[in-house]
Design a protein around this ligand. Sequence first.
Ligand SMILES: Cc1cc2nc3c(=O)[nH]c(=O)nc-3n(C[C@H](O)[C@H](O)[C@H](O)COP(=O)(O)OP(=O)(O)OC[C@H]3O[C@@H](n4cnc5c(N)ncnc54)[C@H](O)[C@@H]3O)c2cc1C
Length: 382
Amino acid sequence: MHFDIIVLGAGPAGSAAATWAARQGRRVALLDKALFPRNKLCGGLFTERSRAYYREIFGQDIDLSNAVTRHEIAFWHEGRELAVLEDIPPLHLTMRLDLDNCLYQHALAAGAKDYTGRAVAEIGDHDVTLRDGTRLSADILIGADGVNSILARHLFGAPFNKDTIGFGLEIEVSPETQSPGAHPLRIDFAAATWGYGWSFPKQNSTTVGVGGLHAPNPDMKGHFARYLRALDLDPEAVKVKGHYLPFGDFRPRPGRAHMLLAGDAAGLVDPITGEGIAFAMKSGQLAADAACDALDANDPVSALPRYQTALKEMHRNLRIARTLRRIIFAPRWQKAFIGTFRRSGTVRMQYRRLLAGELEYPQLARSVLARLPRYLLNTVRR
Ligand SMILES: Cc1cc2nc3c(=O)[nH]c(=O)nc-3n(C[C@H](O)[C@H](O)[C@H](O)COP(=O)(O)OP(=O)(O)OC[C@H]3O[C@@H](n4cnc5c(N)ncnc54)[C@H](O)[C@@H]3O)c2cc1C
């Protein structure tokens, strides 16, 4: 069976790509090894940036009736509350089971042909063979198959770089396990080295996790156990799940010729906040756009350069974020950052705008540069 585009993976990146391409009249096959609805380990924090991309790509506002929306967030450091920020732009806490199923339904409604629930046995430059023997071919392949992407492995020999990848651990805490009234939206700096902890309230549970760069955290489970104890939760009583996260680890060349990578497969996660859903949807849309333009021009191998051009701004932002995150996460700087965060209303406001997806990194970099001399002076004095 021949298609214009095969999209591998039906998460936020894949469903966005399939929807966008199918709406342009392209014949799209949407593959996923999982049957939907399926879960994905994730805090499920859905920012207003995600919401804006969602509207643009899927043509309507997201249904947030199953989500929890908060306008305040607490920041902690080593067991002490640093600040509670109130009246912040809305942060939506979603369950990925619902969210991803909704995205996938959009892709089917747009006309993508459904090949979910079927594992991939083999992948070639123009074709994919499923375990049940079905062989699909296409002019363009989009790998939106997550951090362990088989298309990235096919192209580059490995899905990610073990030295720079991030890793997260999470549990879902039921209301019975939690002390009454304890449903904070909370972020804990330093719950892991080059990372943080989070507690995100949902309608029927709380998602609690710890994540950060993998290499400097050989004992992430130990960090997580300490964090759970700090939240009055018993680390022995819960089943912990882990997942890699491309925490600032994006691929400057996300593909080859007519094969494109989007979302986590291309490493498109914010290196400071860990936000990935927004960038997955947006890169899926851009990959689909580049693919459709390349097909229109009868030149499928031009898909990658078109896609790279479209991704330039996102890459630039992520590159700046990777530089800035030293100030926040590097152990030798962190004390100074925490002190500044506690004292400075401006820094706290910028952090909350960053989290909410309101502030872009070039803007933040300019303001950090302006403050840097005073910041360095205070650090040296201390
Ligand atoms: C612990 C943790 C917490 C996070 N919290 C947040 C958060 O709160 N907010 C946020 O914005 N981001 C968060 N992220 C990041 C976010 O989860 C990802 O960036 C996002 O899911 C990327 O979407 P994607 O579509 O690229 O990949 P995925 O969502 O991983 O989807 C990939 C799809 O590909 C399928 N697939 C994989 N391999 C194959 C194969 N061989 N064949 C066929 N199909 C395959 C999978 O079944 C899956 O459906 C978190 C990540 C982690 C690990």
